[in-house]
Write a protein that binds this ligand. Sequence first.
Ligand code: NAI
Ligand code: HPV
Length: 527
Amino acid sequence: MPKVLVSDPIEQVGLDLLAQVAQVDVKVGLSEEELIKIIPEYDALMIRSGTKVTKAVIEAANQLKIIGRAGVGVDNVDVPAATRKGIMVVNSPEGNTIAAAEHTLAMMLSLARHIPDANAAVKAGQWDRKRFTGVEVYKKTLGIIGLGKIGSHVATVARAMGMKLLAYDPYLSTERAEQLGCRLVELDVLFAESDFITLHLPKTPETQHLINAKTIAKMKPTARIINCARGGIIDEAALVEALKTGKLAGAALDVFENEPLEAASPLRELGMEVVLTPHLGASTEEAQVNVAIDVAEQIRDVLLGLPARSAVNIPGLRPDVLEKLAPYMQLAETLGNLVGQLAGGRVESLEVRLQGELATNDSQPIVIAALKGLLSPALRERVNYVNAGLEAKERGIRVVETRDESQRDYAGSLTLIAKSPSETRSVSGALLAHSELRITSIDDFPISVAPTRYMLLTLHRDMPGIIGKIGTQLGSFNVNIASMQVGRKMVRGNAVMVISLDDPLPEGLLEEILKVPGIRDAYIVNL
Ligand SMILES: NC(=O)C1=CN([C@@H]2O[C@H](COP(=O)(O)OP(=O)(O)OC[C@H]3O[C@@H](n4cnc5c(N)ncnc54)[C@H](O)[C@@H]3O)[C@@H](O)[C@H]2O)C=CC1
Ligand SMILES: O=C(O)C(=O)COP(=O)(O)O
């Protein structure tokens, strides 16, 4: 049974789902050292934002197939390191959208009306109304940075409260922003015009300290900022300074540069101009059930060899598209493996020719599958759908894609042409009825062979006696032939022979076969 480590608090419903297919160990609050020590035992890791999956953790994770983030942000996972190691990273892109958006709105209103401090004062026995006079959000301008899923829901509700909306999102169309009632503007305009600014973008090296002393200087001194996205997008030291010197009126923060927030953080010293919550954006009963089920299902599926729906580091495919492409991906991988073995390793470019119905589909999964096949003779199980593209790129393999939508003998067919410094090798294949794979040509010699585990392939002169000699040699080594086929372009010209074997070719036999007069080359191919 595979083993899953759950290292952050996850709703029971998710753990129950995993327990159907795996041994589930819940160990919350591990240090990095402790995690490194135990991670080699596990096939899957399920986390929230509490666990830092560093490069060192990933390097130690020799059996890990998948990291499941029960939430959105994967900035606590070294995704490039996971990709390199072929570990899939999945998340739950929508499970906590509403929770995070509602928390943002609650934070904005708490800040506007001093609810947390007023509440604390009443509970402490006071009745001071004047001190807690607030501001309205009605007719105020809300600047939304990052108009994705959470930003969009915040926009919808804020609009209903009568706010004017500005948005900055370099990856969003003006049309989509307008649908949400937002005016898409440059960042400086948003800074200058907003009364409230809310952040809903991911933390990346580009967005680190997007809010800093310089950008704060562009804001109104009466502006208030809300961050329910990620700590580190705001330079906390600059924010504290701006709040202390009246350059900014307030801040409501759910996320921090370091979590848990340090006991001595100057943010804790500030008054009611600051509202702080301990990363509660996703903490609703509903969201935690959503993300636990969403991610547990994906981990379960991947452990069962099925695809995941929200992989962060693998091309995403809708299940209906995947169903159609899966047999072609298998064909691409088999052909990639074959052409890789024929080309002998030093491949500099791979041309992927998609024909017929294949040419009308998303080609990325086909290309990735072909690269996985191409690299698998060298990298074995170290290459998979997650890292094949990256591995190929690092080896300097150039990928060229060509498409021809016309249908010839098959509904869809695929040709791979691998070029090494010394030669060019090509293989083609197609699917028969019931998704049966066929190799339909090798180096332009037409054949029709089902790929099998052990194959012997020869390039030879088409002349009497060759087939008999090779058959006799295989027989003398007690190797059983399952099928044999010869492909040639002209009588007594060059030809290929593909022999499917029931057993692996014994050592030394290939050398004997190469000595047969008329044989130009011979290969053992293991598919
Ligand atoms: N406080 C909490 O508990 C939670 C926090 N989050 C965080 O909220 C943030 C947003 O999440 P979603 O809306 O689900 O993600 P999303 O992917 O739907 O939206 C992010 C948006 O940011 C935009 N963006 C990317 N780079 C940008 C840049 N440099 N400037 C402006 N916009 C940029 C993208 O185009 C996208 O529209 C993430 O950082 C996520 O980690 C999410 C859930 C809960
Ligand atoms: O989903 C996200 O990005 C969040 O920030 C939620 O974090 P959490 O799962 O509550 O630790």
